[in-house]
Write a protein that binds this ligand. Sequence first.
Ligand SMILES: [Zn+2]
Length: 186
Amino acid sequence: MQGGTYHDLRKRGVEQIASLEFDGIAIGGIAVGESKEEMLDTMRFTTPLLPTDKPRYLMGVGTPVDLLDAVEVGVDMFDCVMPTRNARNGSLFTSQGKVAIKNAKYIDDQGPLDPNCSCLTCRTVSRAYLRHLYTNDEIAAHVYNTIHNVSFYLDLMRGIRQSIASHSFAAFRAAFLDRQPTTDNP
Ligand SMILES: [Zn+2]
């Protein structure tokens, strides 16, 4: 659902919602079932139309790259199941890309999950141990993985806020994307 009519309706929606006395404004209905292209199109069209004196909140998004793309057009706030759900599925976000912790290559890997993360998981257990916990369906795998993924997202958002404050968001985004090529196959 693209094109003039769709954008006209989104614009009308923005105008009506923005005229009301809400504390913040959510952009929704674009991240559950819609394609990535539709999500990006709507986000890029809608966000710049919103008032800038209220928080702009994108519902249900997304990957670390989605967050960077959304911040670029003016989104302030997010919530998403991705860090915790992916953690429970053994899909871990790191500064060097995604890690599928079940992969056999981690069986003897005594290094930390993410050498650039200071969360409890990365400070105290190895990739090999995380893989052992995950492949044996240990609840501790969910706990350790969730602590790390949530820490990774919080660190990412903290870095984004700092880069905006120092007028270096574009460089921060480019550096983040440069560090992401070594993603495991799912
Ligand atoms: Zn960590």
